[in-house]
Design a protein around this ligand. Structure first.
Ligand code: HEC
Ligand code: HEC
Ligand code: HEC
Ligand code: HEC
Ligand code: HEC
Length: 270
């Protein structure tokens, strides 16, 4: 489409459209999030500049969460940017970190504070940044649970049990998700199944931070039972599909037979 448009109207016109777009939306590569924080810190060597590079490409940048969203301050005033009067709260200490991240991740911070990790905050327990980092935060996966990290302060056993239960459940969720998409593509009404799966996935993704091995195992088991029920109800669609195929084949066969029969009948008649 676009190429046809280019060749018909000529390059200069396309360029002027582009120029107009750039004028309206800003240059495509410059970021909508450019702030005085990024400008000043980005030009600092060493410690002050490092966070900018780490934050770029993070899930926070992707979702529009910038320096001032976490640290406060005024992102538009280079002189007073880091003034407490403009809401600047600086970098959190280890003990302040869960509340710092928990302003946005409310439920998770609650679960964490109740957990053995939260109770050991400041006395050898991990904080959010031990597991997620502070600036190079990426989408959370079960890969975060590994022997290097989780064997650092205690034995890996309990972590491994949590990971095992969660990995099996996650695989099941992915499998059912794929089936639903396939059926949806074939025009099957999968709405209620999608909703059930969505709710189960949310419950599942809320499991980790309490790091209660027994609870994770029990809840994962319960979730898998409910997933099986969804899976079985999807299998019914498959059966119905097979049946429809079979009946379709029967009808086609019958029609062919009828055609053949009438052909033979016509022949004998003639
Ligand atoms: C004009 C340059 C400049 C601007 C603008 C600026 N900073 Fe800074 N920032 C610095 C310097 C220099 C330091 C290190 C010296 C210090 O700790 O006071 C620093 C330190 C920090 C620290 C570490 C403080 C600590 O407690 O260790 C944070 C966090 C921070 N800046 C965030 C921000 C945020 C968020 C903004 C925008 C709202 C911002 N900065 C704007 C220059 C700047
Ligand atoms: C998701 C929240 C979050 C965002 C977004 C964020 N920071 Fe931070 N930042 C932290 C945390 C937490 C710390 C405390 C250090 C730690 O625990 O690793 C920190 C520490 C710092 C420090 C002190 C570094 C040090 O080594 O003492 C500076 C400077 C800083 N951040 C600047 C920035 C700048 C500039 C940006 C934007 C590019 C930014 N931060 C974005 C959470 C964030
Ligand atoms: C001991 C390591 C550890 C600590 C401490 C930790 N997390 Fe997590 N976090 C994980 C793991 C592992 C997952 C992935 C769980 C999953 O895939 O279901 C995760 C998932 C997440 C998610 C995604 C959840 C979702 O609904 O998809 C967020 C957000 C998050 N953590 C934020 C935090 C915050 C905020 C804190 C501090 C209050 C924190 N985490 C403390 C390991 C940790
Ligand atoms: C100003 C709000 C805000 C603060 C403060 C904040 N985050 Fe986030 N965070 C978000 C948003 C928005 C997303 C993207 C949407 C989502 O996945 O929840 C996100 C995503 C995440 C994810 C990925 C979730 C996933 O789906 O896999 C993790 C992990 C995470 N944040 C950890 C942290 C940690 C650790 C801190 C503290 C250092 C922190 N966040 C501070 C707003 C915030
Ligand atoms: C910075 C140190 C540290 C790191 C890293 C760490 N833990 Fe822990 N963990 C603790 C402390 C302290 C306790 C409480 C004392 C204990 O039970 O060993 C604890 C307890 C636990 C418990 C027992 C909870 C209970 O209620 O009995 C589990 C499970 C656990 N951690 C899982 C993990 C997993 C999974 C990871 C990696 C994603 C991890 N830990 C990383 C320090 C750590």
């Amino acid at each position: 489409m676009r190429f046809a448009f280019c060749s018909r109207t000529g390059v200069p016109f396309t360029l002027s459209i582009l120029a107009l777009l750039v004028a309206l939306l800003g240059p495509p590569c410059a970021h909508a999030l450019e702030t005085v924080c990024i400008q000043c810190h980005g030009s600092q060597p060493g410690k002050g500049g490092v966070p900018v590079g780490q934050w770029r490409g993070s899930i926070h940048e992707e979702n529009g969460i910038s320096c001032h969203d976490c640290h406060g301050g005024d992102p538009r005033d280079a002189v007073n940017a880091m003034s407490p009067a403009r809401g600047f709260i600086g970098a959190p200490t280890e003990k302040q970190t869960p509340a710092f991240c928990g302003r946005c991740h409310v439920g998770i911070a609650e679960d964490y504070l109740k957990s053995a990790h939260g109770k050991a905050l400041g006395t050898g327990g991990p904080t959010c940044v031990t597991c997620h980092g502070s600036h190079s935060v990426t989408a959370a996966t079960l890969d975060i649970i590994n022997e290097n990290r989780c064997g650092m302060c205690h034995s890996y056993e309990r972590a491994a049990a949590i990971k095992d239960a969660m990995t099996r459940t996650e695989a099941m969720i992915a499998g059912i998700d794929a089936k639903i998409r396939l059926l949806k593509g074939e025009g099957v009404d999968t709405d209620s199944r999608e909703k059930s799966l969505f709710a189960l996935r949310n419950t599942f993704r809320r499991l980790f931070h309490e790091i209660d091995t027994t609870h994770v195992e029990q809840e994962s088991g319960r979730i898998r039972t409910e997933l099986s029920a969804i899976d079985q109800s999807l299998a019914q669609y498959d059966q119905a599909k097979q049946q429809r195929k079979f009946i379709g084949a029967l009808v086609v066969g019958a029609l062919l037979l009828a055609a053949l029969f009438s052909h033979l009948l016509k022949k004998t008649w003639n």
